[in-house]
Write a protein that binds this ligand. Structure first.
Ligand code: 5GP
Length: 175
């Protein structure tokens, strides 16, 4: 897909960010180019339509999942809900703890955003070890909804994150 090639050409590599030995893939140059950003959103919408035609809610992961999720949801005429780090969301919450390199973090959702059995697609920018996506899937399951698809722009295949995520997972660009 030539649209994906144009997206890939704008992703900028940053060696040793945020710490030595990490090669960070920066997606923000894509968002600075409206024509290519639009092409990326078009492809993401097509993927959701193909893989999860019955989707009822798009869930975006803090924070770069928020850059794509709402635009995709609008195009599909369905709602959007955020998964956020602990303490950011008001009201009744469900939460899940997940392991980081050092220690743990907690993800939260607002319970009122979900209906039992609802078909959910989770969106994020990048799949690395898969710990983030796995935790998000567990959280959505906890509120009684049904993750039908996980969609990321970039997958770092060496880290085998896909093996950790038990739900169907689509990536547009792999390294
Ligand atoms: P994982 O839990 O799969 O190891 O890490 C995925 C999460 O870390 C995603 O939410 C993603 O935003 C962030 N992340 C890790 N590495 C990178 C990177 O190189 N580029 C970007 N844009 N995000 C990254």
């Amino acid at each position: 897909d030539s649209r994906i090639e144009r997206v890939k050409s704008l992703i900028k590599d940053h060696p040793d960010f945020p710490k030595p030995g990490i090669l960070f893939r920066d997606i923000f140059p894509v968002l600075r180019n409206p024509a290519v950003f639009q092409e990326l959103l078009d492809v993401m919408v097509e993927q959701v339509k193909a893989k999860a035609p019955n989707v009822e809610l798009i869930v975006g992961l803090e924070s770069r999942g928020f850059l794509f999720g709402p635009s995709i949801a609008l195009k599909l005429n369905c709602g959007f809900a955020p998964v956020r780090k602990k303490g950011k969301l008001p009201g009744e919450k469900e939460s899940v703890a997940y392991a980081l390199e050092y220690g743990t973090d907690i993800f939260e959702v607002q319970k009122e955003a979900f209906k039992p059995g609802q078909s959910v697609v989770i969106v994020d920018d990048l799949l690395a070890t898969g710990g983030t996506m796995k935790a998000a899937c567990e959280l959505i399951q906890k509120v009684g909804a049904n993750v039908v698809e996980c969609l990321v722009v970039i997958e770092l295949t060496d880290l085998k994150g896909r093996d950790k995520v038990t739900k169907p997972c689509t990536s547009l660009i792999t390294y």
